[in-house]
Write a protein that binds this ligand. Structure first.
Ligand SMILES: Cc1cc2nc3c(=O)[nH]c(=O)nc-3n(C[C@H](O)[C@H](O)[C@H](O)COP(=O)(O)OP(=O)(O)OC[C@H]3O[C@@H](n4cnc5c(N)ncnc54)[C@H](O)[C@@H]3O)c2cc1C
Length: 315
C-alpha cells in the first residue's frame, strides 16, 4: 500500500500501539497454507476490538478483509493490500435452557463442540471435524449430512442458531435473530452486505453424551474416508458449489481430472471437488486447476461450475 508508515501510525493511533503487525504472511492462517502477506494484520480478541477494527478501517478508508480460520478462501500469491482483521474473539458462555453464547472467533471444532457435548448438549456435534470459526460458520451456514444410517438430509447450523450480535453495515451494533440471516445452502445475508458477526447464541438440545460422541465418531470416520487429512494435504474443502442431483465432484471425475496435478496442487484423488496443496502449491497453481476443471466440465458436460470458495487479495 502507498504511504504505509502513515497508515500504520493512523491504525495504531486508534487500535493501540504495537497492535498492528506489518507484512504478515497469510498462508499459515489458511487451511490451504497458500497466500502472500497482508500489509497489515490486526488480531481482534474481544467483540469491542472487532467492532473497533472494522470501524477504524472504514473511517480511514483502508481496504480490509475479515478473516476467520481461513478454511473457505484462497489468498493470492501477492497477498492483501490493506488490513486483515482476524477474529480471535473468544468466550464460550453457557446461559439458561441449553443456550450457549460464543465469540465469533471461537473454533466451532474442536472448542465449541467439545464444550457443549461435554455438557450433554447436542446440535453442533454434527459439524465435528469441519474447520471453522463461529463467524465463518454463519457466513456460510455450516452444514453436514444427518447421522448414519440415513445420511440424506443436510443439517445446517441455522437450525440451532437463536440470535447473534452484529456490527451492521450502518455501523450500529445490534442483536438479530436467525431469520435476519436469510440462510440458504452455502449462503447467508453476510454474502450481500458487510455486516460482521461479533458473537452468536445457539439453542441446543439435551442429549446423552455417549450418543453425541457416537455420532461424532461416525461422522469423523465418514469424513476420513472422503476428505484429505489437513495436516498432510492442506485444502479449503469443496471448491465448487453443489450442483443438485449431479455433483460437481462427480462431473470433474467423469472428465478424467481426478488426480490431475498443476505445479504443487492436485485435484484430490478421493474427491474431485477438492484441490489439495501437495506442499509447494501457489495460488496460481490452484487457479490453473480451477480453470481447467471449469473449461473441461463445460465443454464435455455442458454444466457450469461456480467456485464456492472466496478469492482474497492479489493473484
Ligand atoms: C477440510 C475441510 C472440510 C470442510 N468441510 C465442510 C463441510 O462439511 N461443510 C461446510 O459447510 N463447510 C466445510 N468446509 C468449509 C469451511 O470449513 C466453512 O466454510 C467454514 O465455515 C469457514 O469458516 P472460517 O472461519 O474458516 O471462515 P474464513 O474462510 O476465514 O472466511 C470465510 C468468509 O467468512 C467471512 N467471515 C469470517 N468471520 C466472519 C464474521 N465474524 N462475520 C462476518 N463474516 C465473517 C469472511 O470474511 C469470508 O468472507 C470445509 C473446509 C475444509 C478445509
Amino acid at each position: 500500500m502507498k504511504h504505509e508508515p502513515d497508515i500504520l501510525a493512523q491504525l495504531e493511533g486508534t487500535l493501540g500501539p504495537g497492535r498492528v503487525e506489518q507484512s504478515v504472511p497469510l498462508a499459515p492462517m489458511t487451511t490451504f497454507r497458500i497466500g502472500g502477506p497482508a500489509d497489515f494484520l490486526y488480531r481482534a480478541r474481544t467483540t469491542d476490538e472487532l467492532a473497533g477494527g472494522i470501524t477504524c478501517a472504514k473511517r480511514l478508508g483502508v481496504p480490509y478483509f475479515l478473516l476467520g480460520r481461513g478454511a473457505n478462501i484462497l489468498v493470492g500469491d501477492l497477498g492483501f493490500r490493506g488490513l486483515v482483521i482476524r477474529s480471535e474473539v473468544g468466550g464460550i458462555d453457557f446461559l439458561d435452557e441449553g443456550r450457549v453464547r460464543a465469540g465469533s472467533g471461537v473454533d466451532t471444532f474442536p472448542d465449541l463442540i467439545d464444550e457443549t457435548v461435554a455438557r450433554g448438549l447436542g446440535g453442533l456435534h454434527h459439524f465435528v471435524g469441519i474447520p471453522s470459526t463461529v463467524g465463518g460458520a454463519l457466513w456460510q451456514n455450516l452444514h453436514f449430512l444427518e447421522p448414519a444410517p440415513a445420511r440424506k438430509r443436510t443439517v445446517f447450523i441455522e437450525e440451532v442458531l437463536e440470535s447473534a450480535e452484529i456490527l451492521a453495515s450502518s455501523g450500529e451494533r445490534r442483536t438479530v435473530d436467525v431469520d435476519y440471516f436469510e440462510f440458504g445452502y452455502d449462503d447467508s445475508i453476510l454474502h450481500r452486505n458487510d455486516d460482521v458477526v461479533l458473537s452468536a447464541t445457539f439453542r441446543l438440545e439435551p442429549a446423552p453424551t455417549d450418543e453425541l460422541r457416537r455420532v461424532m465418531r461416525e461422522n469423523l470416520e465418514w469424513r476420513a474416508d472422503r476428505h484429505p487429512d489437513l495436516a498432510l494435504f492442506p485444502c479449503a474443502g469443496s471448491i465448487f458449489q453443489k450442483i443438485e442431483g449431479v455433483g460437481a465432484g462427480r462431473l470433474i471425475e467423469k472428465c478424467g481430472l481426478k488426480g490431475h496435478v498443476e505445479g504443487g496442487a492436485q485435484i484430490f484423488t478421493k474427491h474431485a471437488n477438492i484441490i489439495v496443496n501437495l506442499g509447494s502449491a501457489t495460488a496460481a497453481d490452484v487457479r490453473a486447476l480451477i480453470a481447467l476443471a471449469r473449461e473441461t466440465v463445460a465443454r464435455e458436460t455442458g454444466h457450469e461450475l461456480l467456485p464456492e470458495i472466496g478469492f482474497v487479495g492479489e493473484f
